[in-house]
Structures are given as C-alpha cells and as structure tokens.
Design a protein around this ligand. Sequence first.
Ligand code: MG
Length: 258
Amino acid sequence: MKTSFIILACIMATTATFAQDDNLPKPELTEVWEPVPKLVSPAAKAGEPPSDAIILFNGKNLDEWMSPKEPTGPAKWTLSDGIITVKKGTGPIRTKRSFEDYQFHLEYRIPANITGSGQARGNSGIFFAATGQGDSGYELQVLDGYNNKTYVNGQVGSIYKQHIPLANASRKPGEWQTYDVVWTAPRFNDDGSLKSPARITVFHNGVLVQNNVEIKGETTYRGQPSYKKHGPGPILLQDHGDPSEPISYRNIWLRELK
Ligand code: MG
C-alpha cells in the first residue's frame, strides 16, 4: 500500500514537471528517424570480421595482394598454415584494391626467436594510402615492443616519426597481437593543396594508442613529412630489410566507411 502511494506520487510529480515545461520545444522535434543505420551482424568471436567486411586475408590465399616489385605475378610472401610470413628481400606486398576511409583489422606475430634490437627487431609496418612506389603512404609501425628500446616515435603503435603511442600494449614475441584502426584519408583541393589532413585512431591489443590524431604528411625516414595530392590507395605491408627473423600476419579485413 505504501509503495503504491509512492509510485502514484512520483507519477503526479512527473506530470506536473511536464506541465510546467509546456513552453519548451516538443521532444519529438529533436528525434531523428532516418537514415536508419544498416544492419551489420557482429562477429561471433572478437577479432573475426563482421558481416559487411571486405576480407583481405583469411588464411586461404593471397588473391587480394600483389608484390609491387613484380606487379603482374602473385604476391611473393610465404603462405603456410593459414598465415602470411614476410619473405625477406621480395619487397612489400600491397592490396590490389584501393580504399579511402575504413575500419581496419589485422593480427601480427613477432617470432618467438626474434633477434636484433631497436628498429632491427621485428620491423614491418602497415602503410595506409600507399599510392606511390615501394613503402609509400602513412606508416603505422609494427615492431617488437616487448623489452625493446628505440626512439618512441618509432616504436610499435607509433605513426612513424610523427606520433608517439599513448601506451605500449605489446605482447611477448611468439604471441598473436591485434591492431584495430580507423583510417580517414586526406582530401585535396583541385590545385593539389591540402583540404583536410588524414586522421587515424589505433587500438593495439584492445588498448587505445592513437586517438584520432592528425597525420602531418607521408611517412619519411629523413626530414619532415609533407602531403602530395592523391586519391584512394592500397594498404601495404612492409618488408623492412633488417636481418631479424621475419614476422607473420593473419586475419586481415576492413569495413569501408562511406
Ligand atoms: Mg616499419
């Protein structure tokens, strides 16, 4: 009985509040009903692609990839046991298709028997919008980050020589690690000048390491980055060329954002 009274009192109070606010705009005026977001079925397991993903590598073949050094042949890296391993000396591999803005997922593994130090220890990289020759575009660094000291704007999770990661979430060599990325491509004016810079958000093993940072230009080893006009571009994986054991990749997909 007492509870019923309290509920009734609450309803009356609420009604009174609404009555007092009659001069405010109707709440319906700020409800948006269209466009209805498309239905996407999430993955059954974390890391697996959702229903609308473009599968770039699922362990079966390298059909989505090519080697820029020999563009007419198949991608040169090693496919074995459902994983891709860098084949040192063959150069990078890149997607045959080009993309603009997307959500991107990839897994990599530094070999358990990794040797070397600093930049020569499990170095590879993911280059977004790799529209030029070789390692062109904008690099998200891949490197052993487990007890491996190097310059912090070149460690794993960095936007190479541009943005230090917010954390080092590295797993041990031998364990699979994930990158989840939101990539927004730069836009250019007709005269070639920059309209809006590229932006990137990165989660490394589920930990936020780049929070919608603005990219300063194409990655460069020496000197300052700058922009050159380009359109949508492929995604490139780096063959770094250092003598440490080659790293592996698996489960690569993206969702285009339009
Ligand atoms: Mg690299």
